[in-house]
Design a protein around this ligand. Structure first.
Ligand SMILES: *Cc1c(COP(=O)(O)O)cnc(C)c1O
Length: 400
């Protein structure tokens, strides 16, 4: 079977809720992927930042194999010997008092929302069922009905109502909009420090710090969704570090397992995560020993291989080289670390054709929001590999 055969089968039997590039990958290593026809690609998407540690990192795969041969799932009816150590290591790394493990990012976001509502009632004293959560314009936090309830993207909601009440949108990056929306029943403000899906949107300098102060003043939980921007992607362990703040709640996922397994978590202090009592919330697979062992190793790899620093340094290099390309298509290049968005002019006919041309040349990226190409390679990438990508990126950007 070749590329076309696989695509035909998937089109026939799989629901069409995605529109992937026509590349059928059958194996990958580090920053490279190979398709079923043997063609090699440099991955500049890193599975939406889930494979920050690079594909099939040998240490993470070893942890996966070793743990798979011991025990994979206990459920939380019993304890296992990996979850306690993952919880301890994550708390020691990030300075939070507690963590709650889930699987997908969306589940971790839902967990944070539930924690905020319950904290609102039990700690802040908001009347039952009245807790309000503020979210941002152009947010992305997953695909459950509650999460799309506060999406501002028409398509994410179309046909999926009725929606969950209790959310109000504030304009991303606008402090007055946040101030105006807060009232006595507001329990939390949920924000991505850098908006990935919206097209690598960075709020104005100092905004996060000011937003944190406003929340603190009104006793509102400041919750950051670092599922994509976190764990080194932005050139810091967490993107909020650029503003020197400490959020009340941090949500992580994606690279928490190095792309080897769905593992997500909510990090916070006892005051917030302590609101959960046995039976309040859970997940059959959340905190399972296989996922926990993988996540422990994935986090160690991130730190011990200095991937956060590499992201910071090579991100600067990549962005400066991209901005030297004299292309009539480029409107703006923005980003932090290896979290880079290149916005093209409206007249350039959308980013998709550039991504397709790059794929032809062996560079895999994906358009986001029609006009933006996202460059977010695995953080193990080397300068020479960026130089290799730049040759092709330049070629493609000089097309008509
Ligand atoms: C990917 C993502 C999510 C959702 O994670 P899933 O694992 O796809 O459910 C939530 N928030 C942000 C910022 C993301 O990038």
């Amino acid at each position: 079977m070749n590329t076309r055969d696989y695509i035909a089968i998937e089109e026939q039997f799989g629901a069409h809720n995605y529109h992937p590039l026509d590349v059928v990958v059958d194996h990958a290593e580090g920053v490279y992927m190979w398709d079923v026809d043997g063609k090699k690609y440099l991955d500049c998407l890193a599975a939406y930042s889930a494979v920050n540690q690079g594909h099939c990192h040998p240490r993470i795969i070893k942890a996966l194999k070793d743990q798979a041969e011991k025990v994979t799932l206990t459920s939380r009816a019993f304890r296992n010997d990996q979850l306690p150590l993952l919880a301890k290591e994550l708390c020691e790394l990030t300075g939070y008092e507690m963590m709650l493990p889930m699987n997908s990012g969306a589940e971790a976001v839902e967990t944070a929302l539930k924690a905020a509502r319950k904290w609102g009632e039990k700690v802040k004293g908001v009347p039952q069922g009245k807790g309000k959560i503020l979210t941002c314009s152009n947010n992305f936090a997953g695909r459950t009905i509650t999460i799309v309830s506060f999406s501002t993207e028409e398509q994410y909601k179309d046909g999926f109502g009725p929606f969950t009440p209790g959310f109000e949108t504030v304009e991303y990056g606008n402090i007055d909009s946040l101030k105006a929306a807060i009232d006595e029943n507001t329990v939390a403000f949920l924000i991505e420090p850098i908006q990935g899906e919206a097209g690598i949107i960075i709020p104005p300098d100092g905004y996060l710090k000011e937003a944190k102060e406003v929340c603190e003043k009104h006793n509102v939980l400041f919750m950051t969704d670092e599922i994509q921007s976190g764990l080194g992607r932005s050139g810091k362990l967490f993107a909020f570090e650029y503003d020197g703040i400490r959020p009340d709640v941090v949500i992580i996922g994606k690279a928490l397992s190095g792309g080897c397994y769905p593992v997500s978590a909510v990090l916070s202090d006892k005051e917030v995560l302590g609101v959960f009592n046995p039976g309040d919330h859970g997940s059959t697979f959340g905190g399972n020993p296989l996922g926990a062992a993988i996540a422990r190793e994935a986090v160690k790899v991130l730190i011990e291989e200095n991937l956060v620093e590499n992201s910071f340094e090579l991100g600067k290099y990549f962005r400066s080289k991209l901005s030297e390309i004299p292309s009539k298509h480029v409107k703006e290049i923005r980003g932090k670390g290896l979290f880079i968005g290149m916005e093209l002019n409206e007249s350039s006919g959308g980013a998709r054709r550039f991504c397709e041309a790059l794929a032809e040349r062996g560079i895999l990226c994906k358009e986001t929001h029609t006009h933006v190409i996202r460059f977010a390679p695995p953080l193990v990438i080397k300068k020479e590999e960026i130089d290799e990508a730049l040759i092709h990126i330049k070629d493609v950007l000089l097309m008509d």
